[in-house]
Design a protein around this ligand. Sequence first.
Ligand code: FAD
Ligand code: NDP
Length: 601
Amino acid sequence: MGDLKTSVTSQIHQVRAVIFTDSNSNVNAAKVTDLFESLHVDYKSVEVDVRDDMKEYWDAVADVAKQRPLAKPFVFVGGNAVGGVEETLAAHADGRLGALLGVLPQNEHGGDTLHYDYDLIVVGGGSGGLACSKAAATYGKRVAVLDLVKPSPQGTSWGLGGTCVNVGCIPKKLMHQASLLGRSIQDAKAFGWSVSDNVQHKWEVLVEAVQGHIKSLNWGYRVSLQDKNVKYLNAFGEFVDQHTLKTVNRRGRESVITFGSVVLATGMRPRYPDIPGAKEYGITSDDLFSLRVTPGKTLVVGASYVALECAGFLAGVGFETTCMVRSILLRGFDQQMAEKIGEYMAKEGVWFVRPAVPTKVELIEDGPPRRLRVEFKMLETGEIKTEEFNTVMFAIGRDACTQGIGLEQLGVKMNPKNGQLLTTYEQTNVTHIYGIGDILEGKPELTPVAIQAGKLLAARLYGGQTTMCDYVNVPTTVFTPLEYGCIGLSEEDAISLKGETNIEVYHTSFQPLEWTLPHHDENTCYMKIICDKSDNERVIGLHVLGPNAGEITQGYGVAFKCGATKAHFDQTIGIHPTCSESMTTLTITKSSGDDPATKGC
Ligand code: FAD
Ligand code: NDP
């Protein structure tokens, strides 16, 4: 019996999940194997009834599991007994399974042995990496964070803090604000202010102010790493073997460091189309926010978050802006809302060319301002057209910075198309290699998500905690000239998931009070909630298009976490006069066919 117990113990430590099963329980076992496959977990099925000592072997499994009677099939994860099929599915639902998958016993992944230079190295000092490294250090671990920005093809690079701080959320939101102020200055006249009709915006002033703010943030991050005892290495990391990284600093100096565990937080960089002139003459969001020359007449290629936000503020501060859309606006978002965003942007001066793709970019005359000729194809007619621009910006998606740094040799599984890592929660298939933030396949690519995942991972690895990052119903906002905030399902997804007869959509147009005096269109802003009729009208989607949608949406994120139903919204008393109060008085359903337009006071 002793030998059999040793055999079972050895089996359950060889791969992350082991299912002991027999021919009677194989059908049930499929529910567990399906689950492990969907989570990309390495698992092994051990068929006990092919053994001559079948009865003794089941006894040994029961002894190791310390469970009698023993459910069949029986599942172990990370060397721990989980239970039968029902227990395993329940453990998945309440997060315990993830905790077991995410935290293997220390001696299994070699995390804390003193002979490594660091207990943990975090590769990437962006939103996720900084949060994770600082959290890990608070548990007394020896932690280093590597961060080095490879210059863009136009030569732009930046300091510590990653995409959000340097070339993402922060400069984007400040430039969005610049464009909103332009609109407010005009509106101010209706409120009694004397404002010249010829108010001018100076791009160089904006860029300088934004870059100054970013520099102060870069400095703050360095100081906070020092305060938390995290070693900051301004160097690029490449894997040499399972526990060794080669680091190369800005001057090309190489070193080697060893680690127990590693967290990859390397983020993503913009993609370029494979057309002549794209890399030579085009820019991306990596360059835009520090562009010292005024963009002038600008073409933005793409139709997702980055493209629409940048096109929005460029037009808002006065540049002639064209957005070239290959197919739909904001793929993955509610399409009714996406089209409303497009309509508003078009009204505010963004010219949309769709469906179309660029085929060539040529330099006509060097600047500043540069003159570029863009050749593009109208996809419905096949017609080839050309137009001149001063700036061409590509926002056609991003690739994860995971390729060519030795992960392939270590066998880390990733999506070959964009380099995103296939993980179970934040653990890759190589047990001591973790990933957080934008580089995870199928997770929202947002700063707060990267931060939350990083902090929780550190707490699980070193703080004995079990809370997993909840990637469901993450609120988000697209900072287009009219902001769009949403949580949960789009109307299309709700219909395909629940069936059209099971959903009810409550909606209304609304007019912010602030829009009345300047006489803006009273039916431009719009909100809707999508309710699951088969579940007490639980709110499964919330969408709002209007000023400050980001601020509005955040609070409803909490309501989603609490499982709010339409009745909860109705029982909530609004704050008057706000836009958000309309969420508490929604009565018009889409199924009624009634007009959701505002009917005056
Ligand atoms: P990053 O912040 O990208 O950090 C990765 C870091 O790792 C970088 O500094 C990189 O240089 C470094 N690195 C890469 N490889 C190596 C290596 N081998 N060695 C050393 N260092 C390496 N999100 C929001 O929530 N709200 C917004 O409003 C918003 N706006 C955005 C606007 C734009 C234009 C863009 C592009 C993104 C925006 N995002 C926004 C997304 C947000 O910026 C990202 O989700 C977030 O920055 C991801 O954090 P991260 O830690 O995964 O990676
Ligand atoms: P996405 O991958 O979301 O979108 C790419 C866009 O480019 C799509 O519209 C796509 O069109 C188009 N496209 C792709 N290839 C081509 C091509 N060859 N020619 C023309 N068009 C093309 O990328 P983003 O860079 O916009 O955003 C990345 C992520 O960053 C977002 O998912 C988001 O999580 C995050 N982010 C968050 C923000 C926020 O919170 N406010 C702001 C900005 C970014 P098609 O639909 O036809 O494929």
